[in-house]
Design a protein around this ligand. Structure first.
Ligand code: MLT
Length: 215
């Protein structure tokens, strides 16, 4: 564990060049250890950068403040997304990694969505598991060709289907290449999330390899 890059975090180096680095962003009450197994399962050999959210809600770490479930303190969302983006840039320099693909769950997926909108250059793409629209008045972001996977749960009691559909539409309008499967499940992750994430990241790698080959 390392504390010197403004976020308590874990970093695990990758061992496969073609596997993109992952930025792991946990849900409410999680920490920097939570998503390491998920990252290794979805993208074996990826470098893993896993910060702990700095906001505490009744002692539970989060990445930004909320006023109620699903109601966000949007000034805090903006400030914290910026702070996290700065951390990612410093960590990239420290560890010598490329721009990461965010892999976020719930609150971690929401801060990743906010980073895509506010600091689009920081992420190479994103896997957003159980995400919702993070800002009511998002800026015009240029997400041209950025690959984004949103996986939602049809029975999610926290995120209405209209909200995750709105997020997918918002990111698509900004130019992102969005896939948005909806699973017959709730807010918790299922085996299908892992399988879909694995397939998606393989396809993204394939596209990146194509681009590199074309240069
Ligand atoms: C959030 O606060 O980001 C969402 O309500 C998801 C959650 O953390 O429960």
């Amino acid at each position: 564990m390392s504390n010197d890059l403004t976020f308590t975090h874990r970093f695990e180096p990758g061992n496969r060049l073609e596997a993109p680095p992952l930025l792991l962003l946990h849900g409410t009450g999680g920490d920097e250890n939570d998503l390491l197994p998920l990252g290794k399962t979805i993208s074996p050999g990826s470098a893993l950068l896993s910060p702990r959210g700095k906001v505490l809600e009744h002692g539970m770490p989060r990445f930004f403040r909320r006023l109620a479930e699903g109601v966000f303190d949007e000034d805090d969302v903006r400030r914290r997304a910026d702070e996290l983006a700065d951390f990612v840039e410093s960590a990239r320099a420290r560890y010598g990694i490329a721009a990461p693909v965010a892999l976020g769950y719930s609150n971690g997926a929401n801060i990743a969505a906010a980073m895509l909108l506010l600091r689009p250059d920081v992420l190479a793409g994103a896997i957003l598991l159980r995400a919702m629209v993070p800002l009511s008045q998002p800026p015009q972001a240029d997400l041209r060709d950025k690959p984004v996977l949103i996986v939602s749960g049809k029975l999610d009691p926290i995120i209405p289907a209209t909200n995750s559909a709105q997020l997918a539409a918002l990111l698509t309008k900004a130019g992102a290449n969005v896939q948005h499967p909806v699973l017959p499940t709730g807010h918790q992750l299922s085996q299908a999330d892992l399988t879909i994430g694995q397939e998606w990241i393989k396809a993204v790698r394939f596209l990146q390899a194509d681009k590199a080959a074309a240069v």
